[in-house]
Design a protein around this ligand. Structure first.
Ligand code: ATP
Length: 297
């Protein structure tokens, strides 16, 4: 029934011309039922999740041996804190989230959660601990209720409504003529970029993961919607260990730590104020963005 195909090596990319729209990367892997490249170690125990500290320890990575993508990437996200990653397109930012979710293993170094090498624990337990708000949320051609409930099978109606409320999308849903039964997706109501992101946020709230990854959309939202989404993300990120893959600097100002990546290496790191004071690449990017912002407004 599912006419699914994906060339190996292009996993992580969501295809649209399939019978069901796919909701996130985890589901892509499930539906494909492909021979996983990454396998659990025999008898791998579940991740023993404690505070949710994430550590990249001297990580090297490439997709193809002739082209290094990450080089000696070393950082920690202390439990409950937010680390944002910025850098030019292709610097390797999204690759960090793929390694954390264990779509790939590092070539060198380790990725640790609460001190455990993620290669040594079961993938199910790893992925249950992490919620990803992806760049582009693809919706099922089903009711909006179904699309939210997917976040956690078995969630009650009250929990789903509450998640929608926290993601600031409940009023919108209830204002639709068919309310929660409105069919969305390619063949239903087309949601705007901002609304789709809110659906993704609501799903993640329902999942209640300890660790969050926000892969910010590259396509730009209007600045009011963008600010509103950022505010919602900040609320959700509170008390969670959070990795933000940022495409706009305005998103990262409040992060506990900002990593500036260039060609697969961390070139600078610090808080927004520290990086501005350092007068390096971040400061230059910030100034450029401020100027562009001033011109376009
Ligand atoms: P952007 O800001 O444009 O999203 P990014 O910093 O997140 O970029 P990544 O998606 O991490 O960049 O990609 C880093 C590099 O790895 C890019 O040059 C990209 O072309 C390459 N790359 C990404 N995925 C694959 C893959 N599956 N196979 C081969 N190369 C890949």
């Amino acid at each position: 029934l599912l006419q699914l195909f994906i060339p190996l090596g292009m996993l992580g990319i969501v295809y649209r011309q399939i019978k069901y729209a796919l909701a996130d990367m985890d589901l892509v892997f499930k539906l494909l039922e492909r021979e996983p490249e990454i396998e659990d170690a025999p008898g791998a125990p579940a991740l023993a999740l404690r505070t949710g500290e994430v550590r990249f320890e001297h990580v090297d990575f490439h997709y193809q041996p002739e082209r290094a993508i990450l080089r000696d990437v070393d950082f920690t996200i202390p439990a409950g804190q937010t680390v944002a990653v910025v850098g030019h397109s292709g610097a390797g930012k999204s690759t960090l989230s793929r390694l954390l979710f264990r779509f790939y293993d590092p070539i060198g170094g380790r990725v640790l959660i609460d001190g455990q090498d993620i290669r040594a624990v079961s993938q199910d337990s790893l992925r249950a601990a992490i919620g990803i708000v992806p760049q582009d949320t693809v919706l099922f051609n089903e009711s909006i209720y179904y699309n939210l409930a997917y976040g956690r099978p078995g969630a009650s109606r009250a929990e789903i409504e509450q998640a929608a409320e926290m993601a600031h999308i409940r009023d919108f849903i209830e204002s639709l003529p068919d309310g929660w039964e409105t069919v969305v997706g390619e063949r239903g109501l087309k949601l705007s970029g901002g609304e789709k992101q809110r659906v993704a946020i609501a799903r993640t709230i329902l999942k209640r993961p300890r660790i969050l990854v926000f892969d910010e959309a590259t396509s730009s939202l209007d600045s009011r919607t963008e600010q509103a989404i950022q505010q919602t993300l900040a609320e959700v990120a509170e008390n969670h260990t959070t990795l933000v893959i940022a495409h706009r600097l305005s998103t990262v100002v409040e992060a506990d730590r900002i990593l500036v990546m260039e060609a697969g290496r961390i070139r600078e790191q610090g808080t927004h104020q520290q990086l501005l004071a350092a007068g390096g690449q971040y400061a230059a990017m910030w100034e450029l963005q401020q100027r562009e912002g001033a011109q376009s407004s």
